[in-house]
Ligand binder design. Structure first.
Ligand SMILES: NC(=O)c1ccc[n+]([C@@H]2O[C@H](COP(=O)([O-])OP(=O)(O)OC[C@H]3O[C@@H](n4cnc5c(N)ncnc54)[C@H](OP(=O)(O)O)[C@@H]3O)[C@@H](O)[C@H]2O)c1
Length: 281
């Protein structure tokens, strides 16, 4: 199968190479999915799990990309809840080969059915951004109607989901980002915008919840907890239902074929929104 691999951490996305490699076997509880579309998080080549397995052994060359939409082709021993030929979407294991490939092996429990009226491109863009926003707002943040949310980096993939889900839950949303992001965050439903390049964040005053995807100095200004997004079939179902009935839009900034993925993920100019890789057209 064709896949994008990385071998050299220092090279970053510029080190992505298109190769021919073996299709993954289905391990216990896995399904193998023929990937139609794959997402990529801009920072994933900085994550330790991209380079080592759970025992901290080098696992390069590795296939990046940890969210996808596709069709189940094989059921491994013990895999339940899904069937061959089923359309699915979801999150894949951080420590295993990922989704920028024609096939990926993933535990069945990490996937959810993708309804026939949601295309694969949209499906691939939902798991990481949608689950991160959902879990941050509702599980970790315990957001209630009437509360205020400060959403940093709100014009990005996660941020756009944060704005929309928080608004739907009855929160007041103050978005932050770069000067050029103002209109986009209003378009996703933000009620105020703080231009981090020009405005003073302290002027915002107290808020109930800060959702920070930017890190750095901003983090030091608020108390909080770190979390890593987890697979959750029921939450994926909630998210995709909102997409179907128009309550939720994804933030896709570009689409590229697998053959062009390395170039597309190394853009010469800033792209606002997520780049989705079309693996199969
Ligand atoms: N812990 C978890 O489970 C989890 C899950 C998902 C994502 N994440 C993390 O969340 C982050 C965002 O992910 P994403 O997919 O939403 O990325 P993204 O689509 O690139 O969005 C990030 C947004 O924040 C903006 N931004 C970054 N630094 C900024 C700064 N200093 N001032 C103003 N704006 C700034 C970006 O603008 P520019 O493009 O101009 O920089 C972009 O609009 C990543 O670091 C990712 O690793 C964590």
């Amino acid at each position: 199968m064709k896949a994008i691999v990385v071998k050299d951490e220092a090279a970053g996305t510029a080190g992505m190479t298109l190769v021919e490699t073996a299709e993954p076997p289905a391990a216990i509880n896995d399904v193998v999915v023929q990937v139609h579309a794959s997402g990529f998080v801009p920072t994933e080549l900085e994550w330790p799990s991209t380079w080592t397995d759970r025992a901290d052994h080098d696992r390069t060359p590795t296939i990046p990309g940890h969210e996808m939409a596709g069709v189940v082709t094989t059921l491994g021993y013990g895999a339940t809840g899904l069937s061959v030929g089923q359309r699915v979407f979801g999150l894949t294991d951080w420590h295993r080969d990922g989704t920028m490939a024609e096939y990926v092996a993933v535990e069945a429990r990490n996937l959810a059915p993708l309804p026939g009226d949601v295309d694969f491109t949209v499906g691939a863009s939902l798991p990481i951004s949608g689950l991160t926003a959902w879990q941050g707002l509702f599980e970790h943040g315990r957001l209630q109607a009437g509360q205020s949310v400060l959403a940093h980096g709100a014009a990005g993939a996660v941020g756009a989901m944060v704005i929309q889900l928080a608004r739907e839950a009855g929160a007041y949303v103050i978005a932050t980002g770069r000067t050029a992001d103002r209109h986009k965050t209003f378009d996703f439903g933000a009620q105020e915008f703080v231009d981090l390049d020009n405005d003073t964040l302290a002027d915002v005053g107290a808020v109930d919840l800060v959702f920070d995807v930017i890190d750095g100095d901003i983090r030091k200004r608020s108390a909080g907890l770190d979390f890593v997004v987890e697979s959750d079939r029921a939450q994926l179902g909630e998210i995709v239902q909102r997409v179907r009935d128009g309550r939720l839009r994804t933030n896709i900034g570009g689409i590229a074929a697998l053959d062009d993925a390395a170039a597309a993920l190394n853009p010469a100019e800033r792209i606002s929104g997520q780049t989705i890789i079309h693996v199969r057209s």
